[in-house]
Design a protein around this ligand. Structure first.
Ligand SMILES: Nc1ncnc2c1ncn2[C@@H]1O[C@H](COP(=O)(O)OP(=O)(O)OP(=O)(O)O)[C@@H](O)[C@H]1O
Ligand SMILES: [Mg+2]
Length: 396
């Protein structure tokens, strides 16, 4: 098996393949604009092209991954013996897609063959401490304690419940009194307005193999305790538990195999920060620590390896390092590199000059290679975009 065609070795011009035979944890890092998201998109294109049974889920804080549905301009691939291609994209948004994108953009996306589905968060799948984090109520405050108690008691009684059940539990809690009770109720009312909790439309939605499943987070504000983090937590936990079921089915002879799933997380420092709280931290750390047994791999992309939790980074077994210049980022990279490669890595990563150039470290092969990442086969613009501009449909 030849692996994923990532690009050409700078020294020899020979093709470079990344081994994807195992569920790996791959770090793509580099300073702003160095080509990280491009490299992650190349990885996704390769998995779709050569590992068709694998499932790909992209956590997309920038909201740009739908460009995988549009072929690259042929001139950008000149000299690479690659054809422009489009990849089937299914985008998930938490809440109502029409509200997230606007009706006209949604229509154009669907006309361009992009599936857009609602991803509903079911209140019962959110842990009590996450509820407190999300509604900014410290679990050691009176209001936080009321919320924590309401969610915990519902979880004990029911396997699934809605936001109105949480409100009801607060209403009927004899210990919930005074101002704290009002604070919780008004925060729950505000959460209902976000439009992401259950409600009409299909529930969980389906993450399908053979498609690029994109979770578009760009419609939610970033930040600690944000909806972005909640959505990542929910998606990661859901996938983990579905894959655990697949593994059990396989163990008992009910399935031929457990398919491979690649979770690609761009701007990973937002979701597993080293020095701040995050609602998605626990689920992502579990993924990299225990996921390999379930055939779950990950590609984590960051411009600041030093800002990512060291516990998370320690699970990385391959690195694609674009140009990095900050001392603490280089140190974070050194900390996860094999000793015999450290010196070489340090001196090479600062000398990478061209956008798209990277040093690839592979734990398995125990080697470091300087590689020029190939151009993308997708990433062009949708046809009809000119028309969009004329109509002004994208000016908001
Ligand atoms: N290997 C490459 N071949 C051709 N173009 C590339 C390559 N790598 C990056 N580019 C182009 O360079 C620009 C910046 O790349 P990209 O957005 O991937 O950078 P980034 O590191 O993700 O930036 P940011 O830190 O802002 O997220 C894009 O226009 C991209 O198409
Ligand atoms: Mg990027």
């Amino acid at each position: 098996m030849s692996g994923l065609f990532l690009g050409k070795e700078t020294a020899t011009g020979s093709p470079f393949f990344l081994d994807a035979e195992r569920p790996r944890v791959i770090l793509v890092c580099g300073k702003r604009g160095a080509g990280k998201s491009h490299t992650a998109a190349v990885f996704v294109e390769e998995v779709c092209a050569v590992r068709r049974d694998d499932t790909v889920v992209v956590v997309d804080p920038m909201g740009s991954s739908h460009s995988l549905a549009f072929p690259a301009p042929p001139e950008s691939l000149r000299g690479w013996n690659l054809k422009p291609s489009r990849f089937p994209v299914r985008v998930f948004v938490a809440g109502d897609p029409a509200r997230a994108y606007g009706g006209e953009v949604l229509l154009r996306m669907r006309e361009a063959g992009i599936e857009v589905l609602r991803l509903a968060v079911v209140p019962s799948e959110v842990a009590p401490e996450l509820w407190c984090g999300l509604l900014r109520l410290g679990s050691d405050t009176a209001a936080g304690a009321i919320l924590y108690r309401a969610v915990t008691s519902l979880r004990e009684k029911k396997s699934a419940f809605e936001l109105r059940d949480v409100r009801q539990a607060v209403f009927t809690d004899p210990l919930a009194v005074g101002e704290a009770r009002m604070v919780v109720l008004s925060k729950l009312a505000a959460a209902e307005q976000w439009g992401v909790f259950s409600g009409p439309g299909p529930g969980g939605g389906q993450f399908e193999s053979g498609k690029v499943n994109v979770v578009n987070l760009s419609i939610h504000e970033p930040g600690a305790g944000s909806l972005r983090e909640l959505v990542v937590d929910v998606v990661v936990r859901r996938l983990f538990s579905v894959w655990a079921q697949k593994k059990r089915a396989w163990e008992f002879g009910l399935a031929q195999r457990v398919p491979r799933l690649w979770l690609v997380v761009d701007e990973a420092h937002q979701f597993v920060p080293g020095n701040a709280d995050s609602l998605s931290r626990e689920a992502l750390v579990r993924w990299v620590k225990e996921g390999r047994q379930l055939n779950l791999g990950m590609v984590l992309v960051t411009q600041q390896p030093a800002a990512v939790s060291p516990e998370f980074l320690s699970q990385v077994d391959a690195v694609v390092a674009h140009r990095l210049t900050m001392r603490d980022d280089l140190e974070a990279l050194e900390a996860i590199s094999p000793v015999y490669l450290r010196e070489r890595l340090d001196s090479t990563v600062v000398t990478l000059e061209k956008r798209g150039e990277a040093v690839v470290l592979d734990d398995e092969k125990e080697e470091a290679r300087r590689v020029f990442v190939r151009p993308r086969r997708s990433g062009g613009v949708p046809t009809g975009r000119q028309e969009f501009r004329r109509e002004g449909a994208l000016t908001f």
